[in-house]
Each structure stands twice: as structure tokens, then as C-alpha cells.
Design a binder for this molecule. Sequence first.
Ligand SMILES: C[S@@+](CC[C@H](N)C(=O)[O-])C[C@H]1O[C@@H](n2cnc3c(N)ncnc32)[C@H](O)[C@@H]1O
Length: 227
Amino acid sequence: MADWNTLFYDKKNIEMMPEPEVIKFVELLKKEFPKEQERKVWDLGCGAGRHSLVLGQMNCTVFISDNSSNAIELTKKKLDENKITYTDRLISMENYPWNQKEFLHGVFSWNVLQHNTVKKITEAVNCIYESLVPNGYFLGSIKSTKADLYGKGEEIEKNTFILNEGKEKGIIHHYFDEEGIKKLFPTDKWEIVVLAEQVVNYVSKVEKFWEINPFRYTTWCILVKKR
Ligand SMILES: C[S@@+](CC[C@H](N)C(=O)[O-])C[C@H]1O[C@@H](n2cnc3c(N)ncnc32)[C@H](O)[C@@H]1O
């Protein structure tokens, strides 16, 4: 049974290239907060730091958190090597990590929020909300019920599974349908700027294709603005 901390011991589980969305996110924040000396951005569930590095290189003030000590150490090493200063917290997503509220311009979280139960994911989104200044943005990707491995493993609550195959075997995954993802970002608190379900239809694939798959997986992509 894997957990994220163990997965990070093996280089093949570490994504090196950042997703292009992180660059577009910083460009958006620069446009939306032109007068700020520094744009403060939190990489929630930073993993090995591929996005934290881009945030730093694009002159953001970087905040990182993850509940894996290996992830935090890998990210810190990457940031230190690039002389990027940061604030870090080893903490699970449902707990508020910072000693200030309403101080961040953006929160970025790629393929992280899905790794919990609905109650705790909702708490995590509340933490994101509390951390942002009014009109601050959240950009994230979160698993969809149309994803490849949906339904595999032990269902511990509706649409939440402990995966029993693939690279992330043993890890908790919640899959959101449209109603669920909309409920996670209620419109009295968030303006939904873009909600896109990126569906990848694998027409043909070899067994254990995920070991070498260079392509994307089906996911919700969401960009929201705090009201
Ligand atoms: C698929 S990886 C994505 C890492 C990074 N965001 C990236 O795109 O490279 C999922 C990350 O979520 C983190 N994670 C899983 N459960 C978490 C939790 N309860 N609280 C905080 N981070 C968690 C893992 O340690 C891992 O770093």
C-alpha cells in the first residue's frame, strides 16, 4: 500500500515539468493585482515543488504546504537551490496553516484536493477561502467521476475510494460530479470564473499504461474568485 510520502522516495513518481496553468495563473494575478509589490501565492499540496519553483521564478512570494515531509523537503531543496525564499508548513489540507488570514492573492493546488473525504475537502476549501484577500483567486484541478480509475477500490463514502490499482494504489481519492464540484465552491462565497471538465478519452491503451503515460488524465479544472 502506497502513501504519498513513500511514493516520493522513488524519482519515477515525481513530476518534473510544471503544468502551463501555473504560468497563466501568475499572469492573471499580475493583471488583477497590478499595484502589489509582491503577489503572495500558496502552492497547496506542493509535492516535489515543480509549481512552487515557477511561482518563485515569476517573483511571487511563495507559501508551500503538504502533509508529506518528503514533499516539503524536496520542494525546499528546489527553492533553496534557486535562491527563492518561502514559508513552509507540514500540515494536512483541512487544517489552516498560516498565522494570518486574508493575506494571499492566489492559491494554486494541482491534483491535491481529491485526496481526502468530502468533509475534509470542504474544510480545505474553507481554509483556502480564509487565506485569500477579497477578490483573490484559487486555481485547482480535482478528479472527476469521469476519470479513468473511478469506481476502483474500496468505496468508503459516496464517490470516495481507496484505490486498489495503479501508481496511487492505497491512496484515498474522491471523484466529483458536476453537482459535487459546484457545491464545493458555493456561489455566495465564490465567483466561478471558469469550471471546465477536461475529459480525456483513452481509445486504446496497453496494460499498466499509467506507468509511461505522457498524456493528461480526466479532471475538473477550476478558477474561482473570492467574493
Ligand atoms: C498528485 S500529487 C501532486 C503534487 C503537486 N501538486 C504537483 O502537481 O506536482 C498530490 C500531493 O498531495 C499531497 N497530499 C495528499 N493528501 C494530502 C493532505 N491530506 N494534505 C495535504 N497534502 C496532501 C501529497 O503529499 C502530494 O504531494
